[in-house]
Structure formats: structure tokens, C-alpha cells
Design a protein around this ligand. Structure first.
Ligand code: WT7
Length: 681
């Protein structure tokens, strides 16, 4: 590991022997059996070819599983054709399962909808016809900026149905962030809503779209881009969710409900080649510019279907599945939209927050809908631990039979709490490691097969090859740590960074020649099981969401108050990591902050409040620093690189580590002595 590696939040890493072998009853009925591993090990490509044929319906069959003429260009099932939406919806109706509920929707205010596969087919067909009417063509990009409502799923599927490429932007991102994503992908259409419900009130979305598209004011009324503003967006399709007033651009804006009501519910899905782009999803990297991770069709669908079926042991006829992720993240793409619908599952979609209107909302939903499989993030589990076991104990959670975790390392304490309190000491817990880039789960136990070790993602799934390597790329022995790499191509792998082939190669394929570098530290225990240790680059993981230090730094320095900024992720009990920013103020502001306000003059600018609001505006509320520390110097190497490792020591109140590579080693004393001054949380 480099000395700049993130420190692990897992103080209590344990390599004790497996604590939770599967019960005989569970193993007897489980989808996955140990033979899957030996089959895939003996014939990896044959194994994936068989999964692709078994789990998907192809318009024309593929003749070759993988075309890998060398990293990083992989083509899976390349000469086969298929349609993602047909596979997720129509074929279930054709198979006689049209009456099965696909989506059980619960809005935050308590409104509910049940959408069967037959109804979903009609809705996606209408929506596809609307997209065509609005001029969207196969291969065009469509930005989706919606709350967690059924229309988000329908919009994504409608794009896939006509072969358009969706780019979902999380509703919590700002107008600025939306704009840069629209521009990068040259989207022709935005699908949004008036707003959504969050923490008990209607929160607007449409104004951010208007602003992103260059509207001059956020006043209600007609909005028109000022002349000179260029955008590739021609139309905005607006779902009415909250009924709040919205500004309207005549000729550009179209109501979703009006357009769908007028559209035909007959539409034939467009068969595309397996390597046709399915979606772009932006994620943070180590620079200020997010990466447009892009995924294609056949391989992505094969692996999302396979993993959803086997990692969660899905029984489509009887299970009620619930993944709490928003469609704005990759978990929402793979395990709300594609995986479950490909497998014909019935799933719950919940719009709001876990504590609205009370802290038992999730458990009330599990009991009411009889949820059997729950997939969520460690940060949510730790929050529930903090609220106390009495809250889940007040609800009947006996329907649950499999629990999943994703997004960040889960500490053994949270893992065992999850299994005991939520799973009634009965359910397997699967800790699933993967990334936006991998598209689908890569490392995870298989319930019914793997004896579980709390805190470890354990083993690569059948057909997946992962390793932990040292600086030179050599596998480390059991008991040692290093970098996580993926040594063979996999079906759901990213096919690139949209518009930036060089960055794709540099980021993932050049740290170690021709193998995929994930950016995570990992350790192999004495049994060879893998324990994830967090990021080894300048990427933070806040509540399971990826944020870039560089992106937040550039947001901070774009404020006139700030001369320089350094951001680190410091361990946080609930959110895994929290954003801590060190800022150097410009001289003129420093004076204003240092001197008390004269009576009758403007109040002192509150540095922390101002800068937190500024970051929220530039990126979104999730990126707001938890702590802002005003300093006069930053620790830098002689080549000018900020030494975040030392700042993390300060942020986590640790003894500051080795300072010998600093250009000026007295800087750390200066920072430490200044910390009793303007500091804010
Ligand atoms: C990063 C990917 C995968 C969907 C959600 C996040 C971390 C993810 C685990 C896990 C330890 C995990 C890694 C990874 N991560 N799952 N089970 N154990 N770490 O997707 O935003 O692309 O972030 O999340 O650091 O690289 P993402």
C-alpha cells in the first residue's frame, strides 16, 4: 500500500474462522450451488455464454462469447442482438406473467401504486412512442433527473426500448452538476419532474433543469434561454409528481402525463447489437471532472441478471425484493431496474427517507409488503443501530430471508447487528463488492454456499477473477494487503469513459499492465478471503456515495473567499467517511473574519456556512463538507502535491505521521496551532 492509502475504518477486522455457515434448509433450496464455481473455473467463457443464453432472450443468437484482443477493449456476445426493455418487461408478459406485480410503489407521503408487468409494458411502450415523437433516435443520449418514482424506471426502460442511451443524474445533484453532465453527453432530451417528496415536503427539481439549460431567472413564469446560450437539449419532458408550480418554456417543455395519454401503447422494441451503449452514468474520479462511465447491453444484462438471481437467491414467484438505492446511482440501475426486472421479480420502490415521518418507516414497509430480500448500505444500517433496536423490534420482520450490503466496507459490528436485529438471527447476509465501473456484483458470498465472515466480501463470484497485488502487480500471500485488481474481463465491465478513451486507459489499465485497477485497497486473510479496506486514491466514500476530493476542492476555490483548499475524507462513525475541508482564505477575507463586526455594519460572514452552501450549489448537498477548518498553510511535497495523509491525521485527531517529505515541515505545527481558531462543524 502507498503511504497515502486511506486508513481503514475497520478497527475490528477479524480473521476468525467462519461464524455463519448456511443452514441446511437454506442450502437445500438455494439457487446457487458449489458446482457453479467449479464450472466457471473450468470453462469461464462457456459458463458466461450459457448464462447469457439462459437468462436473456436474444433476437439473434451470438456466435462468440468474448472478443478480447487485449486490454481494455472487450466485446461480449458481439454478434448477438437483443433489446433490454423487451427482456425486462415484454417477455414476462408473453410468458403469461403479465399479472405479476413488477413495482410496488410507496411515495413518501404514503401514496401507493401497484404496477404489473402488463401495465409496465403499456407504460414503457407509450413512453417509447413519446420519445420518438420528441425526436429521440437510436443512439441519442437522454438525461433523466427524477425522484425515486415509477416514472424513473419507465423512463430508463423507454430509452432502452428505442436504443437511446440514458444518463441518469441523481436528483440531489445541483443545476451546475446536471449541466456539465448534459453537456458532456450532448443529451437531446431531459426527463424531469416538478419535484419529489423528501423529508416531509415537496422539493423542487424543475428549477434546476431550467437553470442548467440556461434560464436567466428562477422566477415562476415563462423561461427562455437567453440568446447566445447553447445547449444540445431540444425538449424537456416533465412528470407531475408534487403539483407545485413550475416555470414553463413553451415549445420546449412537455408534460409527461399529457404526452403519454396521447401516445399509443403499441411499440416494438428495437433489437440492438450486444455492444450497443445502454447507459452512461457519471461518477467521481480523482480530478475535478466526473467520468461518464458507459455500459453496453448484452454483457451488462447477463451479469446483472445472473448476480441478482444468485447473490440474493431470488425466487421470482414468491419473493418481494427491496433495494433502497436511488436510480441515480449504479445500484439503482443494476439492482432496481435491470437485475430484478430481467428476473421477473416483484419489488418495492420507496421514494423517501428512512425517518419520515418516523424512524420506523423502513421496518413498517418491510412488514406491510412482506419484503423477503433487503439490499441496503452500511451507512443506513449504522444509522439504524444508532436509533436503537427498539424501533425495528416494533415491526414484524419475519418475512425477511436474505440481507445484502453494498457501497462501502461493512464493519463486523454492523454486519452482526444487521443479521441479528433485522434478520432475526436467521438470514444470510451478503456483503457485495462492486463499482459503477464493474456494472454488477463482483465479490460476494453466495447464500446457501458460502460460510459467512462478518465484514468480508470474501470471494469473487463464479466467472470473476480478482486478486490482491503488491506495488509491482504480484499477488500478495494470504494474510497480506495490497491493491484489488480484476485479472480477467467480465461481461458487465465498463466499455469506456464517454468521450475520453485516454482517461479510461490511464485510470484503470495502466497502474498494472493490462489488468483492471479498481482503486481499492484489500487484504487476503489466512483462508484467502478478501477484505476491502477502502479507496487508495483521492476518492472518498460518504454514505456509500463516491465523491472526489478534487471536485470539492475546485468547488471551494471557485468562491471568492477562498485562496486554496484541500479536502480529505475522515473516518465517520455513521457515514463511513465525512468530508473535511482545509481552506486558506484570501487576505481581504481573512481580515474580515478575524475582526469583530462594527455595530451597524454587515454581520461577519460565517465562513463555514457560506462555503457549505456554495459547495451544495456547485455540486449538491451530499458534497457539503462536514467540517471546514481555516488554515494559513497546507502541507505540500517539494513538487507541490498536497499531502492528504497528514491532513487526515489532523482531521481524525491522530498524531501526525511522517513529515520528512514536506517542503516545509513546520507547516503542520502552524496548522495544529491554528485549529483553535475559526473552526466549524
Ligand atoms: C466503491 C464504488 C457498488 C455500488 C455502490 C457504490 C466501495 C462498494 C463495497 C463493499 C467495501 C465497497 C469501493 C468501490 N464499495 N461496495 N461491499 N465493501 N467497499 O458504487 O460509487 O461506484 O463506488 O465503493 O471503494 O470502489 P461506486
Amino acid at each position: 500500500m502507498t503511504d497515502d492509502a486511506q486508513s481503514t475504518p475497520l478497527e475490528s477486522l477479524s480473521t476468525a474462522s467462519p461464524a455463519f455457515p448456511p443452514t441446511v434448509e437454506f442450502a437445500a433450496q438455494a439457487n446457487a450451488h458449489a458446482e457453479l464455481y467449479s464450472w466457471a473455473a473450468a470453462d469461464r467463457l462457456g459458463f458466461w455464454g450459457e448464462q447469457a443464453r439462459e437468462l436473456l432472450t436474444w433476437d439473434s443468437p451470438f456466435s462468440e462469447v468474448l472478443d478480447w484482443s487485449g486490454a481494455p477493449v472487450a466485446r461480449w456476445f458481439a454478434d448477438g442482438t437483443l433489446n433490454a426493455c423487451y427482456n425486462a418487461v415484454d417477455r414476462h408478459v408473453e410468458a403469461g406473467n403479465g399479472d405479476r406485480v413488477a413495482l410496488l410503489f410507496e411515495g413518501e407521503p404514503g401514496d401507493t401504486r401497484r404496477i404489473t408487468y402488463a401495465e409496465l409494458q403499456q407504460e414503457v411502450s407509450r413512453a417509447a412512442n413519446v420519445l420518438l415523437d420528441l425526436g429521440v433516435r437510436t443512439g441519442d443520449r437522454v438525461a433523466i433527473y427524477l425522484p425515486m418514482i415509477p416514472e424513473a424506471v419507465i423512463a430508463m426502460l423507454a430509452c432502452a426500448r428505442i436504443g437511446a442511451v440514458h444518463s441518469v443524474v441523481f436528483g440531489g445533484f445541483s443545476a451546475e452538476a446536471l449541466r456539465s453532465r448534459i453537456d458532456d453527453a450532448s443529451a437531446v432530451l431531459v426527463i424531469t419532474a416538478d419535484g419529489g417528496y423528501r423529508r416531509g415536503s415537496a422539493s423542487a427539481l424543475k428549477p434546476a433543469v431550467d437553470e442548467a439549460l440556461g434560464a436567466t431567472s428562477d422566477a415562476l413564469g415563462p423561461v427562455d434561454p437567453p440568446s447566445g446560450t447553447t445547449t444540445t437539449v431540444r425538449k424537456v419532458l416533465v412528470v407531475r409528481r408534487t403539483g407545485q408550480d413550475v416555470a414553463w418554456s413553451e415549445g420546449r417543455d412537455v408534460w409527461w402525463h399529457e404526452a403519454l395519454a396521447a401516445a399509443s401503447d403499441q411499440h416494438t422494441p428495437v433489437a440492438v447489437e450486444a455492444e450497443h451503449p445502454l447507459f452512461i452514468l457519471y461518477t467521481s474520479g480523482t480530478t475535478g471532472k466526473p467520468k461518464g462511465i458507459f455500459h453496453t447491453t448484452g454483457g451488462y444484462l447477463t451479469q446483472t441478471a445472473f448476480t441478482h438471481l444468485n447473490v440474493f437467491d431470488l425466487k421470482a414467484e414468491t419473493d418481494v425484493y427491496w433495494c433502497t438505492a436511488d436510480v441515480g446511482w449504479v445500484t439503482g440501475h443494476s439492482y432496481v431496474v435491470y437485475g430484478p426486472l430481467l428476473n421477473g421479480a416483484t419489488q418495492l420502490v420507496y421514494e423517501g427517507t428512512p425517518d419520515t415521518p418516523h424512524k420506523g418507516r423502513w421496518w413498517e414497509l418491510v412488514a406491510r409488503y412482506g419484503v423477503t430480500i433487503l439490499y441496503t448500505a452500511p451507512t443506513a444500517i449504522r444509522t439504524c443501530m444508532k436509533w436503537g433496536e427498539d424501533i425495528p423490534a416494533g415491526h414484524d420482520l419475519s418475512s425477511l430471508r436474505v440481507l445484502g450490503s453494498v457501497g462501502e466496507p461493512i464493519n463486523p459490528e454492523a454486519w452482526t447487528w444487521y443479521r441479528r436485529v433485522i434478520g432475526g438471527d436467521r438470514t444470510p447476509v451478503v456483503d457485495t463488492w462492486w463499482q459503477t465501473e464493474t456494472g454488477a456484483i463482483m465479490i460476494s458470498p453466495l447464500p446457501g454456499v458460502t460460510a459467512a465472515k462478518p465484514g468480508s466480501a470474501q470471494t469473487p463470484l463464479p466467472g470473476i477473477a480478482a486478486e490482491v497485488v503488491d506495488e509491482e502487480g504480484h499477488p500478495v500471500p494470504d494474510g497480506a494487503s495490497g491493491y484489488l485488481v480484476l485479472t480477467e474481463p467480465w461481461p458487465a465491465m465498463l466499455r469506456g469513459i464517454w468521450g475520453d478513451e485516454q482517461r479510461f486507459r490511464d485510470t484503470y489499465w495502466s497502474r498494472f499492465a493490462d489488468i483492471y485497477f479498481a482503486g481499492d485497497g484489500a487484504r487476503k486473510d489466512d483462508d484467502g478471503d478478501i477484505w476491502l479496506l477502502g479507496r487508495v486514491d483521492d476518492v472518498m466514500n460518504i454514505s456509500g456515495h463516491r465523491l472526489s476530493t478534487a471536485e470539492i476542492e475546485s468547488a471551494l476555490v471557485s468562491h471568492p473567499m477562498v485562496a486554496e483548499a484541500a479536502v480529505v475524507g475522515a473516518s465517520d462513525e455513521t457515514t463511513g467517511q465525512a468530508v473535511v475541508a482545509f481552506v486558506i482564505l484570501r487576505a481581504e477575507w481573512l481580515d474580515r473574519v478575524a475582526e469583530p463586526a462594527e455595530p451597524g455594519t454587515d454581520p461577519q460572514p460565517d465562513v463555514a456556512t457560506t462555503l457549505r452552501a456554495h459547495v451544495a450549489k456547485e455540486i449538491g448537498p451530499i458534497a457539503k463538507p462536514r467540517t471546514i477548518l481555516v488554515v494559513t498553510e497546507l502541507p505540500k511535497t517539494r513538487s507541490g502535491k498536497i499531502m492528504r495523509r497528514l491532513l487526515r491525521d489532523v482531521a481524525e485527531h491522530r498524531t501526525v505521521g511522517d513529515v520528512t517529505t514536506l517542503a516545509d515541515s513546520s507547516v503542520m505545527d502552524l496548522i495544529a496551532s491554528g485549529l483553535d481558531r475559526p473552526t466549524s462543524t
